[in-house]
Structure formats: C-alpha cells, structure tokens
Write a protein that binds this ligand. Sequence first.
Ligand code: SAH
Length: 454
Amino acid sequence: MEQVTGPIPIAAYMRQCLTAPDGGYYTTTRPSSDQFGKRGDFITSPEISQVFGELVGVWFLTEWMGQGRPADGVQFMEVGPGRGTMMSDILRTIAQFKSFAKAVDSVWLVEAGQGLRKQQCTLLCGEQSELREVRQSETEVYWEAKSQFGNGIPVRWVEDIALLPKNDTSSPRVPFIIAHEFFDALPIHAFESVAAAPEQNKTQLLDKAGRPMVRQDPASKVPQWRELLVAATRPKIDLFSTSSTGGLEQKQPETDFQLTVAKASNANSLVIPERPRYMKLKGQPESRVEVSPESQRYARDFAQRIGGNLSGQKPAGAALIIDYGPLDSIPVNTLRGIKEHKIVSPFLYAGQADLSADVDFGALADAAIEGSEGVEVHGPVEQGSWLRQLGIKDRAKKLVTNAREDKKGDIETGWKRLVEGGPTGMGKAYKVMAILPENGGKRRPVGFGGDIEG
Ligand code: SAH
C-alpha cells in the first residue's frame, strides 16, 4: 500500500492493518485459534473471569432500576464484542432478573470481522445457528440470529455503528451500550507542533540605500501542527554503508515502516478539536498529541442515541466505555503492536499483530457532550475501584465456594488481576466511563460514587 502512495497517516495504516477486508488483523479468520486468550495475542478482562461480564450486567440492571424500570424497549448494543464472551455473561446474568430480562427486545453487535461474527453467533445463539441477512430497506441491512437466552430475542450484527438503525419514534427505546477494549483499536492521527522557520517577507521593503530590508513575517513564527506519517524504511539494498573500520556492512532495518514528520501542515490537522487542552500544547514546539476522529464519531453516536437525538424521544439508556488510557491527559506516543502477549513495534508484522493506542477519555467525554444536550458523563474512574464498588469480592467468593477444587485457584487469581495495579494487574491502567441521560448530576451511577438501590 504505502510503497505506492508515499507516507500515509497513522490512521490509514491502522485501518489497513486491523480491518482491511483482505489481510486485516481482525477481519482475517484464523483456521486454528483466534486473536484472544493464551494461544492468541492478548487476553481481555471478560476472558479472564466471568465475574467481569456479570458485574457489567449488574451495572446495567442498576441503571434500568434507576431509570424507572421501563417495561420494554431495552436494546443491548456492544461494539467490538470479540468472542462474544462478555455479552453472553451479561445476558446470562440478567436472565435471573425476570422483569429486566423481559424488557430487553434485541441485542445489536457492531463487529468488523466476519469470522468473529460467526464465533459470536455460535456462542450467543448456539452451535446450529446461522446468520441470516435481513434487508429492511435499501439502507437498513443486517445479519440476524435467535439468541439462546430469554425468549429467543433477536441478536443482530452490523459492521459499523453508522449502519445501526437510527430508531423509529413509535416505541420508546432504551439503548444500553457497552464498549470493552474497542476504542483502543480505532485509528488515531498523531501530530507534532513544529515552530515554522522564519520566512522572509514576500514583499521586500527597501532601506534608504535601496537595499532589501529583511523583515520577518510575525505570523510565520507561530507553531504549526504537522502530522506524523508512516513511511516505508528504505529497502535493504540501499542500506550498505561504510563502517568506521572501512568495511562494507549491511544495516538491517529494524522495522518495515517508520514515523516521519510531514514536511508541511495538511488538512488532517483540522481533526484536532479547537479546545484549550490542544491549543496550549500547540504553542510549545515538539509537543505531540494523538487524536481519534473515529472514536469521537462513536462517542457522539452513543450520546445521540441516549440523549434522544436519534430517536426523537426523551433521553434514556446508558453507555459504558472500558479501556486503557490516562484519566484526563491527551495520549502521546502510545501506538503499539501486541503479538503473543508481548508489546512489539507497531511497524512490524503489519496485519499479523494487534495495534492499539491509549484511549483519550477526555476527548470521548467532550464528543459525547457536544453530540447531545441530553447526556451527562461520569468518570473515568479506575476499573479496580469500579469493580470493588460493584461487589466483585463477594461475587468471586461465592463462585469460589461453589467451584470444583481445581478451579478455585484460577477464580482467585482472575478476579484479583482485574482489580489490582502493578505490571500485570488491570485495576489501575483500565478506566471506566459512563454516558447517561442528563440528570443535573443528581443520581450518581453505581461505581462512580452512587449506591446500589434496592
Ligand atoms: N470486547 C472484546 C474484544 C476486544 S478486541 C474483549 O474485550 O474481549 C476489539 C474488537 O473490536 C474485536 O472484536 C474487533 O474485531 C473489533 N473491531 C476493531 N476495530 C473495529 C472497527 N473499526 N469496526 C468494528 N469492529 C472493530
């Protein structure tokens, strides 16, 4: 790709590596094992312990109660469900709460990978199930199968959130949306602030003696955002150089690609929101920022569904975003590759390794609030504290008591890993953020300072 077009934005590189229809990391179906778990490249919280998905289900239950227990119209939506494990744990959990389970009328999954859609279908709808294409209209097309939970509610798949129905106004809708380790896979752009070289003024002024007076254009000193681009490293044939000892030696490029700073500013820098947090950095040359317009698009869509803009109804529902990233700063230099449980250069194994970048929760919150007046944002808070407030310790204790002797150890180490800090713990690096119907901040959701209601 890149050899033909020259350096490309990181976002284009990520999209190509992760979700290109041929050869993308998530869009390629692997014959033996998938991307997740011990034999894959990384393991996620719902794969570590069933307690995780169960408590996410409990959190939505508390929201449903807090919002007046609507009798129907609840739609569960998950973006990037992976193996489908978390949705299956959520649905199994809420099946125990009859009136809540009855209120759920459909499950919508946004998944780019065909092989993963099939895997999710098998888990949620049974071995024999098949995805059936449903063509509601020219623009509304999705795949569908019957869930094995509840009364066989439909599970529906689309490839992008833009393809989810915008909702009709005939019946109230309560969207419960979950994104776990999804936003870190969405493409980012990165920029560096470069102090422009002082230019000579185009219209030359002459001094008394008729000599040109060199005058600097003050505007040209203002730093500019320059995009960081992905360029191919030079082919090996060009890499022979004379070593200090006089012999010819071959320098192996360490990676297939490398980052370069664009020679001029380009229109992509318009994706940087005009907010003080970016403007402050622009004034400090060599500052870098990462920006993900794709992530903002998703956060805006969540907010518009919950805030009522996409259904013409009153605000309802909730979105829960769980991922890794700083609490409030803008991520910098966080693009990385992940292969066989190790962090590798993002410029090796294109399409064969996972690529991810830290999630900018502040940018997601801004996009949500800008997207709809009908929402408010809570968090982000650390995953460990959120899970503890939801009662992970007690739930895990119950599981251990009922488990077979040889399983007890795994349950213990599993739940602890979800809440603990440290190099392998997920409790501090992962954050939880919620988008809720606007409520003047009066009712704090559980895990964000609120209590579980009876
Ligand atoms: N939530 C799961 C999987 C996380 S991996 C878990 O925690 O285990 C990221 C998931 O998002 C995968 O299912 C991947 O196929 C999907 N995905 C990544 N980029 C996507 C995109 N641009 N559009 C839709 N799905 C995407």
